[in-house]
Design a binder for this molecule. Structure first.
Ligand SMILES: Nc1ncnc2c1ncn2[C@@H]1O[C@H](COP(=O)(O)OP(=O)(O)OP(=O)(O)O)[C@@H](O)[C@H]1O
Length: 373
């Protein structure tokens, strides 16, 4: 556990503090995200944890010990640090970059390199990449190496400062999912800085929203922040579609899944096979969705290249947000549900999802106010 109590940081000549009277408990083994607009003190708060920045006043305790009484080098050995630019040393191979801290801690070279190769695998990189130099990797690969390097000494705490902000949205989403997967196995205490509220709610067990002037505006679960922002600043920062994003925390298990007519490649190729409702779903030999065949153009649509492209897919077990998005993004209005193998398992309808959302809202209203509102 990392405990901030009344922590203020002023950088000398500036009038207002970078961080103002911050009190916050960061749980062990969880991901805590610091989020907020530029300049609101997120990085400063993060860096005070490992004494890269010293507080002007207040205390930070790490596992019950005052950080001010622990030498910065000892603190940093117990905390991996990942930053936006991966911070890799350009003239060292990937393996040697990852092995840097263990080598400083006295681990023999061979052993440190072996461990580094294992870590490449842990962060989803081909161990053959170990021989490359950082400039020979993509931005996303460099960030993965940065994470591997931070994990190399197996520190209980990981400090991550906008680690995924320099990569494109697709790679960023992959890295986020990878971090969540890693965390399920590693259960580190992770403090993660971002200015992206979506990233914060995807990754965080708890989210600390900072306001300009280094003030902690709200500290809550992602769901709590989306459902009940404490003030106009947080509501504005969380964004206008927070109602929709909040659905990401509601399980989709109760959504009725209906059967859908599917056409395998042989059936698709045969125009004599009719489309029974308004639409049929073309699937590959493994049952995975390829696109839609409208009844109105059944005669002419006989190959995958002619299909009407489908919407997003709702994997069984995902949230109401994913179910609703599947239905709304589907040209047929039918949201395709897939099983763990990616095979079509049926469809969901937006109207029925709305009914569930409404029922949940009424239940919540009753629980909170004693009557439906
Ligand atoms: N070394 C420094 N010297 C003087 N002022 C600083 C220093 N580092 C940060 N500041 C100021 O402190 C405030 C908080 O900065 P900080 O980097 O912690 O914010 P941030 O929320 O992480 O911002 P960003 O999202 O832009 O990285 C800003 O006004 C910044 O200009």
């Amino acid at each position: 556990m990392i405990r901030f109590r009344g922590v203020t940081k002023s950088y000398g000549d500036t009038e207002s503090a970078a961080v103002e009277n911050l009190s916050l408990d960061i749980a062990r083994g969880a991901i805590t995200v610091f989020v907020g607009p530029s300049g609101c003190g997120k990085t400063t708060s993060l860096r005070m944890i490992n004494r890269m920045v010293e507080p002007t006043s207040g205390t930070i305790h790490v596992d019950g010990k005052d950080a001010a009484g622990i030498t910065p080098s000892a603190l940093r050995r117990s905390m991996g640090y990942v930053m936006q630019s991966s911070g890799l040393l350009p003239h060292r191979s990937v393996l040697d970059n990852i092995a840097t801290v263990p080598r400083l801690n006295g681990v023999p070279r061979k052993q440190a390199r072996e461990r580094a190769a294992e870590l490449l695998d842990v962060v989803g990189l081909d161990p053959a990449m170990g021989k490359r130099y950082p400039a020979q990797l993509s931005g996303g690969q460099q960030q993965r190496v940065g994470v591997a390097r931070a994990l190399a000494a197996d520190p209980p705490v990981l400090l991550m400062d906008e680690p995924f902000s320099a990569v494109d949205p697709v790679v960023r989403s992959e890295l986020q999912q990878e971090l969540l997967r890693l965390q399920r196995d590693l259960a580190k205490t992770i403090v993660f800085v971002t200015h992206d509220i979506d990233e914060a709610t995807i990754l965080g067990d708890k989210v600390a929203v900072f306001a300009v002037g280094g003030r902690l505006a709200q500290y809550d679960s992602p769901e709590g922040i989306l459902r009940a922002p404490v003030d106009d600043f947080v509501a504005g920062f969380v964004g206008r579609d927070r109602g929709f994003r909040h659905l990401g925390f509601q399980p989709g298990a109760g959504v009725p899944v209906h059967p859908v007519q599917t056409l395998d490649p042989a059936e698709l190729a045969d125009p004599a096979v009719p489309v029974q409702g308004g639409w049929a779903l073309a699937v590959d030999d493994g049952g995975r969705p390829l696109g839609w065949v409208p009844a109105s153009s059944r005669e002419t649509v006989t190959s995958p290249g002619q299909l009407v492209p489908g919407g997003s897919l709702h994997r069984r077990g995902e949230s109401l947000r994913s179910a609703l998005d599947a239905a709304l993004s589907s040209p047929s209005g039918l949201g395709v549900v897939v099983d763990d193998n990616g095979a079509a398992a049926g469809i969901v309808r937006a109207g029925e999802i709305f009914e569930l959302i409404e029922a949940a809202r009424l239940r919540r209203g009753k629980a909170l106010h004693g009557s439906a509102v």
